[in-house]
Design a protein around this ligand. Structure first.
Ligand SMILES: [Zn+2]
Ligand SMILES: [Zn+2]
Length: 202
């Protein structure tokens, strides 16, 4: 599914986190080893199978705790939701170890990642912010936004989330999306001006 996985590390303490491991676990683990990081968290921007299917192996190999927004942790364990997504044939996540909510801070060594709850693609979708970097999962892409036609999604809610909570960040904020559909990175300022889903052109 070409999910963008990010490895985040604290240079002082060498603690680290893996964001959205969606396969190619060997490659992720090799990069972690090369960076000499002790992975303490696996953070999922949301509960979709393509973003969590690497959780099990990364957890087995690192002992990291799995972190997800509370609403997605609840939503994706509902039997009918599980059944809907199991049709995709991807590995499920082991149980979530730690749930977070809007405004929470995830500490990785001296690094502080802020949780920004951005529902709309899923009920508990979230972005992770460490100025100037913003990891947007499937909420905001370069020149696009996440799909809203899956269970638990809503187009109006997604637009509200992006406009209220993301476009209010500084224009220089660097956007790191959950898929590289329109490009690998952008800025909030650029998306504000050119993203057709946000300018009203779409
Ligand atoms: Zn998704
Ligand atoms: Zn995705």
């Amino acid at each position: 599914m070409s999910v963008c996985c990010y490895i985040i590390g604290c240079e002082t303490t060498k603690k680290g986190a893996v964001l959205d491991p969606g396969g190619e676990e060997d490659r992720i683990l090799a990069a972690v080893k090369q960076a000499e990081l002790d992975i303490i968290y696996i953070i999922n921007t949301h509960g979709h199978p393509d973003h969590v299917c690497g959780n099990e192996i990364i957890q087995q190999q690192t002992g990291a705790k799995i972190v997800m927004h509370k609403e997605d942790a609840d939503f994706f364990t509902q039997p009918e939701v599980k059944q809907y997504f199991s049709a995709l044939g991807m590995k499920e996540s082991p149980p979530i170890d730690k749930t977070v909510q809007d405004g929470d801070i995830i500490e990785i060594g001296t690094l502080k990642l802020q949780v920004i709850h951005t529902p709309g693609h899923t009920p508990g979708g979230m972005c992770l912010y460490h100025a100037p970097d913003l990891f947007t999962g499937d909420t905001l892409f370069v020149g696009g936004v996440g799909r809203t036609d899956f269970p638990g999604g809503g187009a109006h809610i997604l637009t509200e989330s992006i406009k209220k909570k993301l476009l209010s960040l500084p224009d220089s904020t660097v956007v790191w999306p959950g898929h590289g559909y329109g490009g690998d990175s952008s800025t909030i300022g650029h998306e504000k001006l050119s993203n057709p889903f946000l300018t009203g052109a779409f």
